[in-house]
Write a protein that binds this ligand. Sequence first.
Ligand code: ADP
Ligand code: MG
Length: 451
Amino acid sequence: MQPASVIWEKSLTILKEEMSDASYRNFIQGLIPLGIDDGNVFMLSLPREKNAYGYSNELQLTSLRHVYMETIARIVSNVAGTELTVRFNEPTADEIEMPPMPDGYCECPSLIRRYTFDNFVMGESNRFAYAGAMAVAKAPAVAYNPLYIHGGVGLGKTHLIHAIGNYIHASNPCAKILYVPSETFITDVITSIGSNTREQLRDKYRTLDVLIIDDIQFIGGKQSTETEFFNVFNALHNANKQIIITSDTAPSAIPLLSERLKTRFGCGLVADIQEPDFETRVAILNSRIQQDSLDVDEEVIKLVAEHVTGNVRSLEGCLNSIVAYADFTNKPITTELARNVLKDFVGKDGSKRPVTLELIRQVICDYYDVTVEELESERRDQRIARPRQIAMYLSRSMLGLSNPAIGEFYGNRHYSTVMHACDQIEKKLKSDSALKSNIDDLIDTINNNKN
Ligand code: ADP
Ligand code: MG
């Protein structure tokens, strides 16, 4: 057989003719032939250099595996004159050559790269927030400052603010951009007080070009954190640096937040995101299918979009369940199969109960196998105390209720107990991925509760 490099050279000519210019350039051109394993596996490696500014090769690898694999196998087999399969290798970290970075280049490790404007679907429900986000991304600190986006769980707030960060980073690689969940800010403040390192805290936050802070509602009522944030806000704002904030409610409705912060938060652009309408849900599902190269019928998409009406996270969760179920049972994705999976997501007529304190309590009791009496009791053993803390945390984060109201509901407890419970869970969430995934499950169950 001819050497792999020769087979590849000849295959490239054919591939170039068969494919669009963009696909050839983006996915094929940089591949490196490594050899032929076991006489029939044609090994290709992804390019050694990363894309500009260090974007990962994940997208390229997914596209190669799902879209181009068969074409490449067919062509290399024809050229070699024998049946070959194709395998892609990722270069190891030390094989990757990074392109030179501009002077002053800033890494932005806090940004999630896959959250971009390209894969964010705009519809009626998020049009205003999207437009505001785009304006800020194109002209940071000029368009709107701060940009404040609010809306319920799973509606795309976090995605959108990372998209802004990624956009600014791509157009200005020297910009210092930091994304933090507000819980991180709270911990930073507590640590700086405990270890007397206020200067470092100021260095971290006040020297930024763009501060993106997610779920700000958690700082309400935490006095030292509020004061510190007030100072950070003013320092950045006065220096013409962009501040981007999300929350589950409008500034004026954040429980226990001081008036001066409410005023500051509302002084730029306040935009909300609503639950997506039917057309947007269809568009989001279609976009997901395209991204993951899934083969799902239009009828199935419509069925899912009709029945899963709450938030985007549930919509994606439902689609994933259908795909996984079909995969697992080795069946095609039909509307009948989708209907079966959907039963777990919505009530028979597709309607859902609104999220209430009672509903959250019931889901927690079912999930952790505890009773309402136990939750309301004085018992402090972990079997009861942890579900109680999580119930309080979810009541606050999903309903935005005040600590006293939640305390009263759970056995007439003092509001400081609720505050402590929420603090505990927020702290744990940072390092405990099992807890995080349990809580995501619970949120999904609560949002998709059946009648
Ligand atoms: P939030 O921060 O509001 O709770 P997220 O940003 O975490 O919500 O969104 C939940 C999931 O839904 C993410 O996977 C996100 O990519 C996806 N998502 C939300 N809105 C959209 C949208 N308009 N287009 C595409 N994906 C979306
Ligand atoms: Mg979020």
